[in-house]
Design a binder for this molecule. Structure first.
Ligand code: HPA
Length: 237
């Protein structure tokens, strides 16, 4: 069933087996412009930009997911199920829940805890934690080490809500569930990989910290996020 309602590529070979997924379409463009060679754009539907190119001579794609679980749920499902994609590495930002994770630190999400109904509605999965794929995590850990980039390996919170009325609830989520930070997509991505027999991982850069109240500007983020991008780009094959 390609093209799909949301991705206009006409052939599976337009998209690599491994796709990096930032939330922001302009970040996908930045990665393609900055790091990839022989770039071909394969998607512009809804401006959810997608590109395929080579990194150090190896094929890789990068496509935006949009914000939130419904959005990444659609794009990751279509990439896995209809375009034959095997690996999706989300590369995003997160809010820190503890001072243990500093601004710009990189976190590899070993699993995601969520109160979201995404996995239950999608496939009847009624637990609150979903793991990322161990074999991808092993590789990403090795690449981070080779690149000399320190990386936390922790549980994160995937939230459906950015603006909570009671934002202090983060403290309970950290203490009770052990989540060191919050983002809004990993739980749905990990679930889709699980039901479709595919692989998923998630690298996050801390863009703000709820405990220390520090924040970054969108301009600072662009540059600081290159560490995480370089680790993920090594997944090209
Ligand atoms: N909440 C949810 N997602 C985020 C945040 C946050 O504070 N910061 C970056 N992504």
């Amino acid at each position: 069933m390609i093209p799909t309602p949301h991705i206009e590529a006409k052939n599976q070979n337009e998209i690599a087996k491994t796709v990096l997924m930032p939330g922001d379409p302009l970040r996908a463009k930045f990665i393609a412009d900055t790091f990839l060679e022989d770039v071909v754009q394969f998607n512009e539907v809804r401006n959810m930009l997608g590109y395929t190119g080579t990194y150090k001579g190896r094929k890789i794609s990068v496509m935006a997911s949009g914000m939130g679980m419904p959005s990444i749920g659609i794009y990751s499902y279509e990439l896995y199920e209809f375009y034959g994609v095997e690996n999706i590495i989300r590369i995003g930002s997160c809010g820190g829940y503890t001072e243990k994770v500093k601004l710009y630190d990189v976190i590899l999400a070993m699993d995601a805890w969520s109160e979201s109904s995404y996995a239950k509605v999608q496939g009847g999965y009624d637990k609150e934690i979903i793991e990322s794929t161990e074999s991808l995590n092993v590789k990403l850990t090795e690449y981070a080490k080779d690149l000399n980039i320190p990386m936390h390996r922790e549980r994160i919170h995937s939230s459906d809500v950015f603006y909570r009325e009671n934002f202090e609830e983060y403290q309970e989520i950290y203490q009770k569930h052990g989540c060191v930070g919050v983002e809004m997509e990993a739980f749905a991505l990990f679930h889709n990989a699980k039901v479709l027999g595919k692989k998923a991982a998630c690298l996050l850069t801390v863009s703000d910290n709820l405990a220390t109240k520090e924040a970054t500007t969108s301009e600072e983020r662009q540059n600081a996020f290159t560490n995480m991008m370089k680790i993920a780009l090594e997944m090209a094959e």
